[in-house]
Design a protein around this ligand. Structure first.
Ligand code: ZN
Length: 313
């Protein structure tokens, strides 16, 4: 077992999930990291991206919706939602590579090959079971939760989301599920898409108390982020956690063109490091880190390199 070191899932297929410019989720955010990563010299391991199967998608998504993506992928025309997420040629395959790579990350961890795996192009937290939303075609996090349960019998999963946007696709699909513990730090919905994620939303029915939303005001910086970590940590310790998924979107870093948070790369890195330490304390170090959003190419480069250095410490 070489699980003292982390692993990244990265390769030429990582560039497929990008929308044509001027869409903010375009290739530049990936290329910026890709070029810098090539020049990195450290002893971490790289695994190739993997495509998921049609059946994997059905673990979370409806068949009607998957079929819609298959068909739109052939023409590359129109939208997959109300207008944020355009279809493009090959979008079905591109999105299936995102999901497959996240599932491969789950396998690498559950088979004991690594404790920590990083999948930069993943973490598509807005997609719902039956529709795309907010640049997200398939929700690789939702598929991973179902896959962890079906393939490995994992019951209690902690999902932490520090992307600037509220992870509504995960939150609302599991709002009634008492075994998916969600802590989501995001820019207050009064100022940013998707507008959800209020403090008062704590889960429904017997899942009440298993969800934690921490909305931050525009301009919030490292102090607020790291203060929120303490709350996340206390929340996590309340439960018996078997596996952690961290959606570590870098769109909360200062200078992102579509959000208004103000984290520094150091504060962001401290949060990620704290999460890795928390995973060692509560679930044997099993943490899958997903890159999420981030629309300033300099920030995707710095943020993702920061994660890479942390998981290889
Ligand atoms: Zn985001």
């Amino acid at each position: 077992m070489k699980n003292s070191k982390g692993c990244i899932i990265w390769g030429k297929e990582s560039f497929l999930y990008s929308f044509p410019e001027p869409h903010p989720m375009n290739r530049k955010r990936l290329e910026s990291f890709g070029l810098a990563f090539k020049e990195q010299k450290n002893n971490g391991d790289i695994e190739a991206p993997k495509i998921c199967s049609y059946e994997d998608l059905l673990l979370f998504h409806t068949k009607d919706y998957v079929e819609l993506v298959v068909n739109k992928s052939k023409t590359g025309e129109g939208f997959l939602d109300y207008g944020d997420t355009p279809a493009f040629l090959g979008c079905f395959e591109a999105a299936s590579y995102v999901v497959g790579s996240t599932l491969k990350g789950v396998d690498l961890i559950m088979e004991g090959r690594y404790k920590r795996v990083f999948v930069p192009m993943a973490g598509l937290h807005h997609a719902r079971r039956n529709t795309a939303a907010g640049f997200c075609i398939f929700n690789d996090i939702g598929v991973a939760i179902e896959y962890l349960r079906k393939r490995y019998g994992v019951k209690d999963i902690l999902y932490v989301d520090i992307d600037a946007h509220h992870g509504d696709g995960v939150f609302y699909e599991y709002v009634k599920d008492p075994n998916v513990y969600i802590a989501d730090i995001h820019e207050d919905g009064r100022f940013l898409y998707p507008g959800t994620g209020k403090r008062e939303e704590r889960g429904e029915g017997n899942a009440f108390g298993t969800k934690l939303n921490i909305p931050l005001l525009p301009g919030a910086s490292d102090d607020e982020l790291l203060f929120a970590f303490e709350e996340v940590k206390n929340f996590a310790w309340e439960f018996k956690i078997e596996f952690i998924v961290l959606q570590a979107g870098v769109d909360g870093l200062a200078g992102d063109p579509i959000t208004h948070l103000n984290y520094s790369i150091e504060g962001y890195g401290k949060f990620v490091k704290n999460m890795v330490e928390l995973s060692s304390e509560i679930c044997g170090g099993k943490i899958l880190i997903l890159g999420g959003g981030g629309y300033n190419p300099e920030n995707t480069k710095k943020g993702w390199l920061m994660i890479w250095s942390i998981i290889n410490e």
